[in-house]
Design a protein around this ligand. Structure first.
Ligand SMILES: [Ca+2]
Length: 391
């Protein structure tokens, strides 16, 4: 279905098993360029030879299910678009033109919000697969914000013995005007392969692959895997800013690196800046390559725990306010990375511009390290009481 022009509303509809005439993701079973549009409580599934939804214009997609579309779930081009509270799953089931669960590109001078979506089991397996769950590449004047999403069990790349190199199992970012905040990014995979010269291709950035200078705030990145480097995060030749992120137990095969920092070229080094980071249960917490050019890691406020080595590589590290101790996560095997009383993260952070935590609760006094701010039972209610009384 193609919609072009003025106002468009689709509510409670099912678009199922469409076959696109044009064999490309950009066709979309539902191809909308409207102003304004509202798509709600609908199902777009099992599209053959294209993606499920292609959106541009101004509008909102909410409360819908985007499932098992062959060339990718959703494609967002230019527009002021909000995608909220959807389930995007099992897209990218096959074919030569497969894209991510949600693919965002273009975004000229406009703003795209992806909020509160559950993005899971999507698979980008076309050659140089970038972004299993979400691919983001905004233009210079656009802005893309991902907040409060659960991004899990997505894959970039096909299989270790096939030449389809994967980058960014959960999220692939190529651009600077991108914000990731309050997301739980877990159990995603980036698969690579060895070429005939035994060079490693792909297999980088199990959770997040970063090219550009995005901002990451209050995210938990855990249980992700990469064949070769950066099971948690891979940073290539860029200077992203990372505030209050919790990186824990990302591991697979030869790589169990929390954050891997590498140059893009001999003249383009990586220089990430981190504040109030927790790095736990990694073989190498943060690795900075230094063989081609000295990549530089600046980190202020760190909690290390249970890493075989906290840092690695011959790059340059400027670390301050480091702490070592048990963060006392509530239930890490169950995916709960809130911290408990007695956590070494509590009140050990440094002051930053970040005033809330992953739960949208205020930072309290001296900020805690990582994504969660600990509040004693009942404490938060007292703070919110005046707000409640006003209503
Ligand atoms: Ca505190």
């Amino acid at each position: 279905m193609t919609v072009s022009g003025g106002a468009f509303t689709l509510s409670g509809s099912v678009i199922e098993a469409s076959t696109a005439a044009q064999k490309a993701p950009s066709a979309g079973a539902l191809d909308v360029n409207a102003n304004p549009f509202l798509i709600e409580s609908s199902v777009i599934s099992e599209t053959v030879y294209s993606s499920g939804v292609d959106l541009s214009g101004t509008g909102m997609l909410c409360g819908s299910t985007i499932q098992a579309n062959q060339y990718g779930g959703m494609r967002i081009g230019d527009g002021n678009i909000t995608v909220i509270d959807n389930e995007v799953l099992y897209n990218g089931t096959g074919g030569a033109y497969v894209e991510a669960g949600i693919y965002v590109s273009g975004v000229w001078n406009t703003t795209v919000y992806l909020v509160g979506n559950h993005i899971h089991h999507n698979r980008h397996l076309y050659a140089s697969a970038t972004g299993g769950g979400v691919y983001i590449a905004p233009a210079a004047e656009g802005w893309v914000t991902l907040s409060d999403n659960l991004i899990e069990d997505n894959t970039a790349g096909k299989a270790e013995w096939l030449p389809d190199d994967g980058y960014g199992g959960g999220v692939y970012i190529n651009g600077s005007r991108v914000t990731l905040e309050r997301n739980l990014i877990r159990n995603n995979t980036a698969i690579g392969f060895l070429d005939p010269l035994s060079n490693q291709q792909g297999g980088r950035g199990g959770g997040v692959y970063i090219r550009g200078n995005p901002i990451l705030r209050n995210n938990v990145i855990t249980g992700n895997r990469a064949s070769f480097s950066g099971s948690g995060i891979y940073i290539r030749g860029s200077a992203p800013e990372l505030y209050h992120n919790t990186i824990a137990q990302n591991a697979w095969g030869s790589d169990a690196t929390g954050i891997y920092v590498a140059e893009a070229s001999s003249t383009e080094r990586a220089q990430p800046k981190l504040w109030n980071t927790i790095v736990v249960s990694q073989t190498v917490g943060i690795y900075a390559k230094g063989d081609v050019v000295k990549n530089i890691v600046n980190a202020d406020g760190l909690l290390w725990y249970g890493n075989t080595a906290n840092t690695g590589g011959t790059g340059t590290f400027f670390l301050s306010n480091e702490h070592t101790g048990d963060p006392l996560f509530a239930n890490p095997t169950g995916g709960d990375y809130h911290i408990h009383p007695g956590s070494a993260a509590i009140d050990n952070g440094v002051a930053t511009s970040v005033s809330i935590d992953i739960d949208n609760e205020p930072r309290f006094g001296i900020p805690d390290l990582g994504a969660d701010e600990y509040w004693a039972p009942g404490a938060l209610k007292r703070v919110y009481l005046p707000l409640i009384l006003k209503q």
